[in-house]
Write a protein that binds this ligand. Structure first.
Ligand SMILES: [Zn+2]
Length: 239
């Protein structure tokens, strides 16, 4: 008999050495033992290989022929093969996610040493991206399920997602609104920059006119700067 831990409920129990399948004594999940042991072998070999690679200094890493690197690659090959066996059967979600991560990381290292084709490495990479996207999607879906009412949905998701576009529009319209106000003042106002410009233009008095133009562009630039600063404060997560 050998000890075994259920990946679903983490209950420890004993199994016979020649057993192929077993049902967990607590949660009742049917477990394929060949795949489970292959996964554990793969995890061990990967950890060992990872430790070896991390022990190699970055300068040495450029020369890929040293003994430690070769040993690490041997461990990785072992892990790679074992995990391929493990993936043939259904794995627990956490095992599957970690397995894909390990495969992708190893395939990347193999590719640097021309040990696998680009296609194979990119396959694991794509799978990793897809698995991450799935878990992210589930997380968002879970969060949305916890919200109540249409307003909560609007505030929690839509408003935040719309903010970058809102600020982009504000950046364009803030200086333009000043120009609009000045043009409106030209058509008839008792005071304001537009009025000064119009009077100066009618009297051919150029210095006040250029002063007004200068003030107008200065306020346009300040409005733009203020909005960019505000955007940076509000949308920290947007980079
Ligand atoms: Zn269990």
């Amino acid at each position: 008999m050998i000890p075994f831990t259920c990946p679903y409920c983490e209950t420890e129990f004993e199994i016979a050495e020649d057993q192929v399948y077993c049902n967990c004594v607590k949660c009742g999940h049917r477990l394929d033992l060949e795949s489970q042991f292959a996964y554990l072998r793969g995890l061990d070999a990967f950890t060992e290989g990872q430790d070896l690679i991390q022990a190699v200094s970055p300068r040495q890493r450029r020369r890929l022929t040293n003994a430690q690197d070769r040993q690490a690659m041997r461990m990785f090959m072992e892990a790679y093969t074992a995990l391929q066996v493990a993936f043939r059967q259904e794995l627990e979600a956490g095992q599957r996610a970690l397995g894909i991560e390990m495969m992708s990381s190893m395939a990347g290292e193999f590719m640097k040493r021309n040990m696998v084709s680009t296609v194979e490495a990119s396959y694991w990479n794509t799978l990793l991206v897809e698995a991450n996207a799935h878990s992210e999607y589930d997380r968002i879906k879970g969060r949305l399920a916890n919200l109540h009412g249409p307003l909560a949905f609007l505030i929690h998701l839509r408003l935040w997602l719309a903010l970058p576009y809102f600020f982009a529009a504000l950046r364009v319209t803030a200086p333009l609104s000043l120009v609009g106000a000045v043009i409106a003042e030209w058509t008839g106002a008792s005071s304001g920059l537009g009025r000064i410009m119009w009077l100066a233009y009618s009297n051919l008095n150029l210095p006040p006119m250029f002063a007004a133009v200068f003030l107008l562009s200065l306020s346009g630039m300040s409005a733009y700067t203020v909005i960019v600063w505000l955007e940076k404060c509000v949308l920290r997560w947007n980079g």
